[in-house]
Design a protein around this ligand. Structure first.
Ligand code: HEC
Ligand code: HEC
Length: 334
């Protein structure tokens, strides 16, 4: 009798696992038919200059779309590296992806894509080939029309560089998470403004930047290490970042060191509250990175204008204070 029940349970589990395998196998690389935003790149030099500020500053495309860890370090320091992509971007147990070649090269870069395809990637997190990726990496869906146009206009105006980038490689775990986790689904209901809040020290500008351009919110929120779903309040910190051992080798840092993001709500013991004035805040950002292996895009952010840095400071200080005392910023896992 007991044996029969056990066999029955094993049988049900096997069927369940089988269905799961089949479901993931069929759906992990699903393509989505989302319509193209009606936006067009421009060749106006003011628009291009604004795009360049975003790409190498607040929107920090330059942190990721490079081809080696050496370039990542130099890009952070301020070298204007061509955005030819290709560096390994390990996503822990999920697999490895590589940032695309964003130069206008017609064979390997965005020269292959229509404006619609590039804009759809930015607005809906659907790649030109119709598949999706971790949408939190590029949370630009509510970037204003005029800023998006500026970014793509700058990319189109840059020098084309031939560099063929590897397709992503996903583990079975990665395929499963891609199939099921909302952080890998397209963004269907973006609500972007037509025009970005003007560059001025306002809370409105600060919110726009922190959420849809600089992406403070993705990292400064505690998240599940597998699905990247939020597990704590926004901006209260606590997300843990795995080391990139290859990058650590380049900068000479112990390859086992992790980092944890800080609380940037205005609670008395948060990292934000260390900065009593916007001048002190700006001064900290102008210093750039102090934790050499930090995943934070200190370089690009250090090149933001005083207005934009102050806007973020004002917005963060307008948030509900949340108690979350983050003590270990740098740590090792047993
Ligand atoms: C945190 C790292 C990161 C940042 C910042 C980032 N990207 Fe990406 N981007 C990636 C990765 C990784 C991929 C490849 C995803 C994949 O293949 O699943 C990608 C893919 C793309 C693609 C799709 C191209 C293709 O061939 O499929 C476009 C377009 C793109 N990024 C544009 C941008 C722009 C423009 C910016 C700045 C406004 C930017 N990205 C900022 C990491 C980043
Ligand atoms: C890619 C992830 C990531 C992004 C994006 C990010 N941060 Fe961080 N941030 C971290 C991590 C990890 C730390 C702790 C290590 C360090 O100090 O660099 C940190 C540290 C900080 C600190 C404490 C610095 C100090 O010296 O006390 C502040 C303040 C901060 N971040 C603000 C921001 C703001 C504002 C934004 C958006 C403009 C932002 N961060 C975007 C990951 C990120």
């Amino acid at each position: 009798m007991f044996k029969k029940i056990l066999l029955g349970i094993v049988f049900i589990v096997l069927i369940f696992v089988g269905i799961m395998f089949f479901y993931v196998h069929v759906n992990w690389n699903k393509t989505y038919n989302i319509s193209y935003p009606e936006l067009q790149a421009s060749s106006d030099s003011t628009v291009i200059a604004r795009g360049k500020y975003l790409v190498y500053g607040p929107a920090h495309c330059s942190s990721c779309h490079v081809s080696s860890y050496e370039e990542m370090v130099n890009s952070d320091k301020g070298d204007e590296i061509a955005l030819k992509g290709g560096v390994d971007f390990p996503l822990g147990p999920l697999g490895i992806i590589s940032p695309a070649n964003l130069t206008p090269d017609a064979e390997t870069g965005i020269g292959r894509y229509s404006d619609g395809e590039v804009f759809r990637m930015m607005r809906h997190a659907v790649k030109p080939d119709g598949t999706t990726t971790l949408n939190l990496l590029m949370p630009f869906w509510n970037m204003a029309d005029d800023d998006l146009v500026a970014v793509v206009s700058y990319l189109r105006s840059a020098k084309p560089v031939y560099n063929k980038v590897q397709s992503p490689s996903w583990t079975f775990m990665g395929k499963m998470v891609r199939t099921l986790a909302p952080t890998f689904q397209p963004i269907e209901d973006a609500t972007p403004p037509a025009v970005a809040p003007p560059m001025a020290a306002t809370i409105e500008r600060g919110e726009y930047l922190s959420r849809y351009v600089t992406n403070c919110v993705a990292c400064h929120t505690s998240r599940d290490p597998m699905t990247y779903e939020a597990t704590g309040p926004e901006f209260a910190g606590g997300m843990e970042f795995e080391p990139f051992p290859e990058l650590h080798k380049v900068i000479g840092v112990d390859p086992e060191l992790w980092t944890r993001s800080t609380n940037i709500t205005p609670h008395p013991n948060s990292a934000l509250s260390k900065f009593k004035t916007s001048e002190a805040w700006i001064a900290r950002f102008r210093q750039g990175r102090l934790v050499m292996h930090s995943p934070m895009d200190w370089g690009p952010f250090s090149r933001m204008t005083d207005e934009d840095l102050t806007a973020i400071y004002l917005y963060l200080n307008s948030l509900e204070p949340i108690e979350n005392d983050i003590t270990e910023i740098i740590f090792k896992k047993e």
